[in-house]
Design a protein around this ligand. Structure first.
Ligand code: MBD
Ligand code: FE
Length: 251
């Protein structure tokens, strides 16, 4: 008989929650308060449920994934990926009036043996210097700034000019922020860059990288920072450079 994965996973979640309720002697009024809290998502913007789930559980998907991958480390996608962003070759569109600190993002897309994967597709996205993502704020309503899709050439190399992203607060006036506050936690994420790499014959590679000097690397509200994903800036002609190589696992 084919196993019922929904029952296997969901029933284990239910049992784990029951154990927590018993462990902490959860009361009827606390149980009702939890129901009322869940109901506040119904009148919240559509991004609130993905946001809450990404904050608490997305990193774990990748921790699980990395128990059976050999390539470079994957990490939380987060709620702000947009597939319909500009195709770019050498720079991401940035807002000049933000006077962002220039950042060169370069690297190579390879298999786990270090051979380039031509024809791979790389998405890069990150916040502007004020911590906002295009497509999710009023002054950048479209998906065109601080985002790009790169067609990886024969040698596997890419190089993009953009600006340095900074630490960022998740939207915290809705249920997700209210819950974090009730837990005594802040809504900050450390500065980070997001990547997705797609290539035929390889597992999709979703990841983020963080910066060594970054504030909140230790207290990321999404608990996504992993030591292997903390990168140091290099400097070239006075510009910050981040080198991010990707080693992809075959399917
Ligand atoms: C982000 O920018 C992010 O990357 C994650 C994981 C969650 C919320 C906002
Ligand atoms: Fe992000």
């Amino acid at each position: 008989m084919k196993e019922n994965r929904v029952d296997i996973v969901v029933y284990d979640i239910i049992k784990a929650v029951r154990e927590v309720m018993l462990k902490h002697d959860v009361t009827h009024s606390e149980y009702l308060a939890a129901q009322a809290f869940m109901a506040t998502f119904l009148s919240a913007p559509a991004y609130e449920i993905p946001l809450a789930l990404d904050i608490f559980f997305d990193a774990t998907v990748h921790d699980a994934e990395m128990t059976h991958r050999k390539g470079s480390m994957t990490n939380t996608q987060g709620p702000y990926f947009k597939g319909d962003c500009p195709t770019v070759t050498s720079e991401l569109k940035v807002l000049p009036e933000k006077n962002g600190d220039p950042l060169i993002i370069e690297g190579r897309v390879m298999d786990v043996d270090g051979r380039p994967i031509p024809g791979a597709e790389l998405f890069v996205w990150h916040s502007d210097p004020d911590g906002n993502y295009s497509g999710f704020c009023d002054y950048m309503p479209n998906n065109d700034y601080y985002r790009g899709r790169v067609h990886i050439p024969e040698d596997g190399n890419f190089r993009l000019l953009s600006t340095v992203p900074y630490a960022y607060t998740i939207p915290h006036n809705g249920p997700t922020g209210i819950l974090l506050k009730a837990m005594g936690r802040h809504p900050w994420r450390p500065a980070h860059l997001h990547f997705i790499v797609n290539a035929d014959g390889f597992m999709q590679h979703v990841t983020q990288i963080y910066f060594r000097e970054g504030e909140y690397n230790d207290t990321d509200c999404a608990e996504s920072v992993r030591a292997d994903l903390i990168y140091d800036f290099e400097f070239r002609d006075g510009k910050k450079v981040i080198r991010k190589d990707f080693y992809l696992d075959r399917i």
